[in-house]
Design a protein around this ligand. Structure first.
Ligand code: VG1
Ligand code: CO
Length: 553
């Protein structure tokens, strides 16, 4: 039994922990675990304590707190508020019903000059009692906490012996209001409005509205997660799209049993509507916390790597970017489609490791305007997170300007720049041991591949990606195994850092064809040689027993 030690003030507890808390993956900017784990006594509190001990400026600072509405959101807000008061935070801004998307949180941190924000979400992981919960920390620039800070928090959790909390009845989150917890001021605000104002500054709403009110039917799937209220207000109330445009628009604690991950597998209903139906011209979905987006046109799925390239190529359609881009960036496994566009525009294109935090320094130092990841994440320097609804509006702005279908826009893009056939194969819930062995074995054998044939080409380079940040010179190792071929094709392998059950192996496949080739192949066919070769080399089927990936994008 942990003991509870009363301080001189009888509402201020210092709670000793039964065992040191050591459960955070180093390098990840938050803690993502099963909901049940988070229900264990002192679990949530211990991680929050480590945040409050390490995050600079907590005492007398302003903090933003909110989440994606999943089970545990309200309780966590209550705990964080009481711990913030114990740590003498000056003011906490939280939101009605605790609803705050990750991009909206990033914006609030920036506009209120907060010392940081705590976002309660396990993002695209499922929620509810049998799902996952998460606590993400963002720094004062509005972006995911840096590697250095998260490693310090990790170290702190290993030696933590007690945490500080005060007693207080939960404050009411049903409507905007102002409260005090001891001397700490708590403001409950609407989490939607500020974000919508920001979108209005970036896009030409009148033009998008004239598209949406003129026979251009769209469907948006919020997957019962955080973007529902944002999308309803934006798309239906302000931009005038047909009522019912937003599907699954009420945030539910268990996301209605769905997996709030906007891809062809988990957003299948929307995909069917667009890929097999004729009614809608455009479809989109966002993930649990609203930072990811999937874009669909009639009979057309837009690969996220292509989406980044299309946004970059057509950025002049958007008022906020009409004067040009400073530069662009993509994560290493994201296809090089955007590189080709950047070259054409005469701007720099940076390659970073997976994870939005690596874009932070490039954005802060004014070197890039737009950036993105193959995992359905795109964003810009308007905040420091990827932004699902921003991407949806960006696409709509382009379509309003170009007056063509999504499919035509893709064809025009490929005819101009060539096509990067691309696919990601995810093998989920592999036993951690098998996954580690498989990965380690490939890493060991990588050097032997160089100069040898692979998938009908020669291997020009093979390594484990190391990143040197051009701004602070920090070095990040072990960011994914790369096999680069003579013709520019690539195969990348990574182990996921966000899964909570066993291990997830991600295999990224890419092959470029110039515009005078067949631009209309099924990517799985265009990439079949690479798929076969990596399966043989890495022994994926042999070692995992899985004959096909869990999710193909
Ligand atoms: C995944 C994606 C990565 C993304 C991360 C967080 O990580 O691949 O691109 O940045 O999720 O996204 P991993 O390690 O599982 O591959 V989110 O929507 O959870 O902020
Ligand atoms: Co997310």
């Amino acid at each position: 039994m942990p003991f509870i030690e009363l301080s001189s003030d009888d509402t201020h507890f210092s709670v000793a922990l039964p065992t040191p808390f050591t459960d955070q993956k180093p390098g990840t900017s938050g803690l993502r675990k099963s909901t049940k784990k988070f229900q264990e006594p002192h679990y949530l509190e211990s991680f929050v304590e480590a945040i409050f001990q390490i995050l600079p400026g907590v005492q007398d600072g302003v903090l933003i707190v909110g989440g994606d509405g999943r089970f545990g959101n309200r309780n966590a807000i209550d705990v964080i508020l009481r711990m913030a008061a114990a740590h003498r935070v000056k003011k906490v801004i939280t939101t009605v019903d605790g609803i705050l998307s990750t991009p909206a949180a990033s914006h609030l941190i920036r506009t209120h000059k907060a010392v940081g924000g705590i976002i309660l979400s396990a993002s695209h992981n499922s929620g509810g009692l049998d799902g996952d919960f998460g606590v993400k920390l963002n720094g004062p620039n509005g972006g995911p906490a840096s590697e250095a800070l998260t490693n310090q928090i990790y170290s702190c959790t290993k030696t933590l012996e007690r945490y500080h909390i005060i007693k207080n009845d939960p404050i009411c989150l049903n409507e905007p209001g102002n409260f005090f917890i001891k001397s700490m001021y708590v403001e409950v605000i609407d989490g939607i409005d500020g974000y919508i104002d920001l979108m209005q500054q970036i896009f030409d709403f009148d033009r998008i509205s004239s598209l949406l009110t003129n026979d251009f039917l769209i469907a948006f799937d919020a997957l019962n997660a955080v973007t529902g209220p944002y999308a309803k207000k934006l798309l239906e109330e302000i931009l005038g799209s047909r009522p019912g445009t937003v599907r699954n628009g009420i945030p539910l604690e268990d996301f209605g049993g769905c997996h709030p991950d906007p891809n062809l597998t988990y957003a299948k209903d929307l995909a069917d509507l667009l890929l097999n139906g004729q009614e809608y011209s455009f479809g989109a979905a966002c993930d649990g916390d609203g930072d990811r987006n999937m874009i669909l046109g009639r009979n057309c799925f837009v690969n996220p790597s292509d989406s980044l390239a299309v946004l970059t190529a057509n950025s002049s359609c958007v008022p906020a970017y009409s004067e040009g881009l400073l530069g662009v960036a993509r994560s290493m496994p994201t296809s090089a489609a955007v590189d080709v566009v950047a070259k054409d525009l005469g701007i720099n294109c940076f390659e970073t490791p997976t994870g939005w935090k690596f874009f932070g320094n490039l954005l802060d130092s004014g070197q890039i305007t737009i950036c993105g990841e193959e995992s359905f994440g795109t964003g810009s320097n308007h905040i420091r997170e990827k932004d699902g609804l921003w991407a949806v509006l960006f696409w709509l702005q382009i379509l309003a300007e170009k007056k063509c279908s999504v499919k035509d826009l893709m064809m025009q893009h490929w005819s101009r720049f060539g096509r990067h056939y691309y696919s990601r194969h995810d093998y989920e819930s592999i036993s951690s041991e098998i996954a580690q062995d498989l990965y380690g074995n490939v890493e060991l054998r990588l050097p032997s591949l160089i100069g040898k044939p692979f998938a009908g080409q020669n291997v020009s380079h093979a390594d484990n990606f190391i990143y040197k940040d051009s701004v602070d010179s920090s070095i990040t190792t072990n960011q994914g195994l790369r096999i680069l071929l003579d013709d520019g094709s690539r195969v990348i392998m990574r182990l996921s850092g966000t899964g909570t059950q066993g291990a997830t192996l991600r295999v990224y496949l890419e092959s470029y064809v110039s515009s005078n080739n067949d631009l209309n192949q099924d990517p799985q066919i265009a990439l079949s040689q690479l798929i076969e070769s990596i399966d043989l080399f890495a022994e994926i089927t042999k070692r995992t027993g899985m004959t096909r990936p869990t999710v193909i994008t």
